[in-house]
Structures are given as structure tokens and as C-alpha cells.
Write a protein that binds this ligand. Structure first.
Ligand SMILES: NC(=O)C1=CN([C@@H]2O[C@H](COP(=O)(O)OP(=O)(O)OC[C@H]3O[C@@H](n4cnc5c(N)ncnc54)[C@H](O)[C@@H]3O)[C@@H](O)[C@H]2O)C=CC1
Ligand SMILES: O=C(O)C(=O)COP(=O)(O)O
Length: 389
């Protein structure tokens, strides 16, 4: 029985993908085999010795201590693209919220409660205070052209915006999906100098923390509208406050409010609703469950952020999966040991990603002795071993 711990509320339709004769699902376990999580911060958690995989039902993995997981042989998955449409739609709503003073005008409307028959006239008299601008014909800079950025760029273009895209690491898959009307920005300076709106669709990591800071604000037009549906930490709050005070930033729409931004003028705050749609929650949960199952039952790895992709058909025999440091001579040590223990390799796959290598080895026997796993684990550089029958 595999024990799967859910750390956030995970969509029940997705969780139904776990056959109950093989999996036990609960929000509390002392030493689970797998974890499914959304945004809960896991950095201070201790991981039990049985933990094999963490699946983030969503895109961003900044709530998971990736390096610690890699060192402990724990495979971390995410579900790329599964919630991208939901975030695209809310980002488009953000463009309109940044343009038409919708949030403040709704709040003002509520102040008229009790004015009786005067309300319609007061509405007509007061609306001049909330006039806005159209997005059509304006220029939008999209920073990050991944699953979400591409959808936002294409949708904004379809709404009549001029769209500039920036992503030095764009994947071929996403480049194919990008509308040919989206212009490629050569660099940050020309991107920001020409944009009326800037939207962030990049992950938060060591390279992007505080990415939007005073230097970037200097490059932007006066009165720019900044959208952040990616992560709060991408923007330096002190520099943002100054940029708002000077009129450089006319509106900041964020899905990630914090104590500081909540107090700022011209900030429109949404409580991290980007992926909170029934469709996205189901998509993410189904994908996370499929990926965890494939790993638990077959050792195959699809959509991991810290391990290489590795998939091999089963041959009906026992399978041994091994993670090791990506250093020379590991495969030969492992295969020598297998031979000396009398195991014949029927099929084998070896993949690596940065510091880690992953092997799937099928032997031509139905069963492998658990002692074998201990012997492989004793090889210097081996991080994780599992026998799957
Ligand atoms: N508001 C919400 O509820 C949600 C927010 N997100 C956030 O949006 C981010 C992006 O999500 P996806 O598009 O699904 O991920 P993705 O991995 O498909 O795309 C991210 C893109 O950013 C690019 N990138 C990375 N560093 C960059 C840099 N320094 N400059 C320009 N581009 C850079 C990558 O090359 C990649 O193409 C997530 O990491 C997450 O933080 C994602 C889903 C929901
Ligand atoms: O997928 C992401 O990166 C998100 O930010 C969505 O977060 P959530 O699953 O809604 O807590």
C-alpha cells in the first residue's frame, strides 16, 4: 500500500485516480510515500525516510525545497500547463482592472446604499471620477513565454494590443504556439521602454527574485501598469512604492498581496485566485496523480523539475530504479554488482539532469531480493534505490 499525503485541498476528481486497493490517501501521515501539494510552504518540513515523490498540483515550485529533495532522492513533479488557461483569463481581467478603475468604482457604488431614489443620479454624477483607458492599441510586454505567457500574449494580441514578448529561454514547444504577431523584444531596455502594460509570467527562483526593481522601473514609461500573476517576490516592494509615489507606476495588479503592498495606493489585490477554477484544479490533480502513480508503480518519471525524464516499457520482470550522483563509473559499478549477484539485465535506461542521474533496470526475473537494494545503496554516490515488482 502506498501512503499519499495531501497537504492542500486536492481536487477529489483527481484523487479518484488512485486505486484504493493500492493507495491510502490522507492529510496526515507520519511517513508517507508520496505528497501532493499546492501552495503550502514545505521548506521547514522534515521528510520521512519513506518519502519518494512530491507532486505539485500546479506550476510554481518555489514552495518546495528542491535541492533538499534532490539530495534525499525525492522526485519533485509539477503539472506544466494544467492551470495555464485559468491564469491567462485572470491576467486578461487584470489588464482591464488596471485600465478601468473597476475595483474602486465598485467600492464607491456600495457607499451609496441608503440614498434611495437618488442613487441613479448619484451614479451618473460620480462616474466621471472613474474614467479609464482602453487596452486596444496599447503595448503589452509579456515577460516569460511559457505555458501561461504564450496564452496571455496571444489573447492580448487578439484583443487588439501590440504585444512584445521576452523570454531568453523560450522552449521550442512554446515558440511554436506563439502568435506570429507577437514581436520578439531584443532586450529588457527596449521591451520596457515601449510598454504601456507589463505582465510577469516567470517562475520565482534565485535568478528572478526582486527582478522588477528600481533599475527596471527606470526603463519603463511613466504611467505604466504592472501585472503580477506570477509571484510576489518578483517585485521589490520598496522600489514599487517609490515608483507608485513618483507616478511611474499607475497601477499594480497583483495576485500575491502582502502586508506592504496591501497598504500601497494604486495597488489592486487579488487573493491568489489565478488557478482557482474548477477546471484547473481538476486538471492539475489528475496530472499530479497520474505522474505519482507512474513513478510509484513503474519508476517512470514525467514532468519532474529535479530529475531527468525517464520512461521505459515494463518487460514483465522486476524493475530496479536507482538515482545516483552524476559522476563517472556509476553504471559500470551497478551492472558489475548485478552480474555478481546473478541478475541478468533485460533492458536498461540511464538519463541525467544536472547533478543527478537516474537508471531504470529491468532484470529477467520476476523477483529481486530486497538485499540487492541494500547492496546497490552501499555503492558510493547512490542516492536512492527501489525494487518494483
Ligand atoms: N497566479 C497563479 O495562481 C499562478 C501563478 N503561476 C506562476 O506563473 C509562473 C509561470 O507559469 P507557467 O507559464 O506555467 O510556467 P512555464 O515554466 O511554462 O513558463 C515560465 C517561462 O518563464 C521563462 N523564464 C524563466 N526565467 C526567465 C527570465 N529571467 N526572463 C524571462 N523569461 C524567463 C521560462 O523560459 C519559461 O518559458 C509559475 O512559475 C508560477 O510562479 C502559475 C500558475 C498559477
Ligand atoms: O500553479 C501555481 O504556480 C499557482 O500559483 C497555483 O497555486 P494554487 O494551486 O492555486 O495554490
Amino acid at each position: 500500500m502506498f501512503k499519499i499525503q495531501t497537504l492542500n485541498k486536492i481536487d477529489p476528481i483527481g484523487l479518484k485516480g488512485f486505486p484504493l486497493d493500492q493507495y491510502e490517501i490522507a492529510s496526515e501521515f507520519s511517513n508517507p510515500d508520496g505528497v501532493i501539494v499546492r501552495s503550502m510552504k514545505m521548506h521547514d518540513m522534515e521528510f520521512g525516510s519513506g518519502l519518494k515523490a512530491i507532486a505539485r498540483a500546479g506550476a510554481g515550485v518555489n514552495n518546495i525545497p528542491i535541492e533538499k529533495c534532490t539530495n534525499q532522492g525525492i522526485v519533485v513533479f509539477n503539472t506544466p500547463g494544467a492551470n495555464a488557461h485559468a491564469v491567462k483569463e485572470l491576467t486578461i481581467a487584470g489588464l482591464l482592472l488596471a485600465s478601468r478603475d473597476i475595483a474602486a468604482s465598485i467600492e464607491w457604488g456600495k457607499t451609496l446604499i441608503g440614498k434611495g431614489d437618488e442613487v441613479p443620479a448619484l451614479i451618473e454624477a460620480g462616474k466621471k471620477n472613474f474614467a479609464g483607458q482602453e487596452i486596444r492599441g496599447k503595448t503589452l510586454a509579456v515577460i516569460g513565454l511559457g505555458a501561461i505567457g504564450v496564452l496571455v500574449a496571444n489573447a492580448a494580441q487578439a484583443l487588439g494590443m501590440n504585444v512584445l514578448g521576452y523570454d531568453p529561454f523560450i522552449s521550442v514547444k512554446h515558440a511554436w504556439k506563439l502568435s506570429r504577431n507577437v514581436k520578439h523584444a531584443e532586450g529588457m531596455e527596449s521591451l520596457l521602454a515601449n510598454a504601456d502594460y507589463v505582465t510577469l509570467q516567470v517562475p520565482l527562483n534565485n535568478d528572478t527574485k526582486g527582478f522588477i526593481n528600481k533599475d527596471k522601473f527606470k526603463m519603463m514609461k511613466d504611467g505604466v501598469r504592472l501585472l503580477n500573476f506570477a509571484r510576489g517576490g518578483l517585485v521589490n516592494n520598496t522600489d514599487l512604492e517609490d515608483a507608485i509615489a513618483s507616478g511611474k507606476v499607475a497601477r499594480y495588479v497583483t495576485d500575491f498581496p502582502d502586508e506592504e503592498t496591501l497598504k500601497m495606493d494604486k495597488v489592486i489585490s487579488i487573493p491568489h485566485l489565478g488557478a482557482s477554477t474548477a477546471e484547473s484544479e481538476t486538471n492539475c490533480a489528475i496530472m499530479a496523480v497520474d505522474q505519482i502513480r507512474e513513478f510509484m508503480e513503474n519508476g517512470n518519471i514525467v514532468n519532474s523539475v529535479n530529475f531527468p525524464a525517464a520512461e521505459m516499457e515494463r518487460n514483465g520482470g522486476a524493475r530496479i530504479v536507482i538515482a545516483n550522483k552524476n559522476v563517472p563509473n556509476m553504471v559500470s559499478q551497478i551492472s558489475t554488482l548485478l552480474a555478481s549477484e546473478g541478475y541478468n539485465i533485460a533492458n536498461m535506461l540511464n538519463r541525467n539532469k544536472a547533478e543527478i542521474a537516474y537508471n531504470i533496470i529491468d532484470v529477467d526475473r520476476k523477483h529481486a531480493d530486497p538485499i540487492l537494494a541494500d547492496k546497490i545503496a552501499a555503492i558510493n554516490g547512490v542516492i536512492m534505490v527501489r525494487i518494483i515488482e
